[in-house]
Design a protein around this ligand. Structure first.
Ligand SMILES: Cc1cc2nc3c(=O)[nH]c(=O)nc-3n(C[C@H](O)[C@H](O)[C@H](O)COP(=O)(O)OP(=O)(O)OC[C@H]3O[C@@H](n4cnc5c(N)ncnc54)[C@H](O)[C@@H]3O)c2cc1C
Length: 490
């Protein structure tokens, strides 16, 4: 194998024993000859795009939510501002944020598979929103600055990326899923001395990247029998590349080189350290939340979270959902919204009597039970990023039905309001359009239990980037930034 790359005007040729593709493999199409089997898989991948911006804004009223998201706007996936997180309130509390002269917020915009993800268009959509905002924006119209701060990675100081425009949620089409694409990919791992670990192999989240590595090493033990000094080249120093390098370094591999295209590592993780309220607020432009399903991973990575704390974010009524369209919008709490959607689903209307709400609540408990039971039956385990082998047949239609249809057909329709928040507004696609399989992959049992004011959603007090910084430093990772891959011959 030969990998040729350029960095700082120097052309370098390496001959690794193993190539690890930790970036979107489609990005390497111009420089790498894929096999016909690989090409079939890559051609059926598609992705959304996320555009996030950190802003300094001016409160105009007392705030009662840390996070506000509008499912109806997310659904259109046309790049409109669909919600925000108040980073000042996350860091210092809502009342401090309301009293402060300025707040730091992160806005979210999402473009769907076929949409134009031109940064100029997205910036214009954001400007139009900020100049003439809807009622759920509790800040002064037209008064804002895009935050500019420097970031310090490995001793190098450079301007932080803001806004962050990134491909998001690489996913297979219904047809490719029915054809078993994720498992065909798993089968191919290791062939031609190549492995793929980017989020596109499994699902878009840190937990899934981490879990996939476990599945990969179980499925391909030969990877671990290679000589410990064999040369490994990892292309992409995002979350997946770093997790791979850390695992292999810990297994005794001594010759791992990470090649990163940009001037920073961590990929879609971007934690801005913004001066705020006499201290620092962390604005997560990319990776942000953890749920209780992340606990095992957090334990396994505890060496890299020293001095970092998991803090509650937007628990209970701190999370708002926008219902209705201007000028008749209201913002409801997550729990009220979920209950309202269940009552409407059952034909009770809203508002409705306490007795009807209790009936809806019982239906929700039953639906959550069905969800957990069916997921276990289909996945063969309680958690896990994906079933380790392709489910036999498709008795529940998880590859052919949309998530919404799957819920309706299996007496779980009442859950749709909660899942609108847990799934749709997180940017993983409309319940009515996305394959049920992806909903099941993301909504693990402890997330399917949506009741009460707390949901266990947390974030890192010092941001996700601190985790990767500690990992890179403690494992003395060999990362070459600003690399341009010229050719890969396998
Ligand atoms: C707005 C947003 C919010 C998110 N929120 C959460 C969340 O709350 N919780 C959660 O768990 N996850 C979240 N995620 C998802 C999570 O960040 C990703 O799943 C994870 O970062 C994927 O890591 P990756 O390494 O597979 O890909 P990436 O992070 O995209 O890394 C790929 C790396 O490869 C590099 N690269 C690309 N092409 C080349 C090339 N030709 N040569 C060399 N290098 C190359 C890129 O520059 C990048 O550094 C969020 C993501 C976004 C964008």
């Amino acid at each position: 194998m030969e990998v040729v790359y350029q960095t700082g005007g120097t052309r370098v040729v390496v001959n690794p024993a193993l190539l690890v593709v930790a970036c979107d493999p489609r990005a390497l199409e111009p420089v790498m000859e894929y096999t016909p089997q690989e090409r079939v898989l890559l051609s059926s991948l598609r992705n959304f795009t996320f555009y996030t911006t950190c802003l300094r804004v001016y409160p105009r009223r007392v705030q009662d939510r840390v996070v506000i998201l509008a499912p109806d706007i997310v659904e259109s996936q046309t790049g409109l501002v669909q919600g925000y997180r108040n980073e000042t309130a996350k860091e210092w509390g809502l009342s401090a944020a309301s009293r402060a002269e300025t707040n730091v917020v992160t806005t979210y915009q999402m473009v769907g598979v076929d949409g134009a993800s031109n940064p100029g268009v997205l910036a214009a959509q954001r400007k139009a929103f900020l100049d003439s905002p809807p009622s759920w924006w509790p800040f002064q119209p037209g008064r804002y600055e895009i935050v500019q701060v420097d970031e310090n990675q490995n001793g190098a100081i450079h301007p932080a990326v803001n806004p962050l425009l990134t491909p998001y949620f690489n996913q297979f089409t219904f047809g490719a899923l029915e054809g078993g694409a994720p498992w065909r990919w798993l089968d191919m791992q290791g062939a031609n001395d190549t492995v793929y670990v980017h989020a596109s192999t499994c699902f878009e989240s840190v937990l899934h990247c981490w879990s996939y590595l476990n599945i990969l090493l179980d499925a391909k033990p030969a990877l671990l029998s290679a000589a410990r000094d064999s040369a490994i080249v990892v292309i992409g120093a995002g979350v997946s590349g770093l997790l791979f390098a850390q695992r292999f370094i810990d297994l005794g591999f001594t010759n791992i080189t990470l090649l990163e295209k940009t001037d920073r590592f961590a990929g879609k993780t971007h934690s801005l350290q913004v001066p705020d309220q006499g201290g620092t607020s962390i604005a997560e432009l990319g990776t942000c939340y953890l749920s209780p399903a992340y606990d095992d991973m957090v334990d396994a990575l505890s060496e890299f979270t020293v001095g970092n704390e998991r803090v509650a974010v937007a628990h209970g009524s701190g999370r708002g959902i926008v219902v209705g369209t201007p000028p008749n919008e209201t913002v409801m709490s997550f729990s009220d919204y979920g209950l309202m959607a269940a009552c409407q689903y059952l034909g009770f209307g809203w508002p409705c009597s306490r007795a009807k709400q209790d009936l809806a609540y019982l239906e929700l408990v039953a639906a959550a039970g069905i969800y957990v039971g069916l997921r276990f039956e289909i996945f063969g385990s309680v958690d896990g990023a994906m079933p380790v082998s392709r489910p036999v047949g498709d008795p529940y239609g998880v590859f052919s039905k949309t998530f919404a249809q799957y819920l309706d057909d299996n007496r779980m329709g009442a859950l749709k309001g909660y899942l609108m928040y847990a799934y749709q507004v997180q940017g993983y696609g409309d319940l009515d359009k996305i394959p049920a399989y992806y909903g099941l992959v993301w909504v693990m049992p402890d997330m399917a239990w949506p009741f009460g004011e707390t949901s266990g959603v947390t974030a890192w007090q010092k941001g996700w980037e601190d985790v990767w910084d500690q990992m890179v430093t403690k494992r003395k990772m060999n990362i070459t930034l600003n690399t341009d891959i010229i050719s890969i011959r396998r």
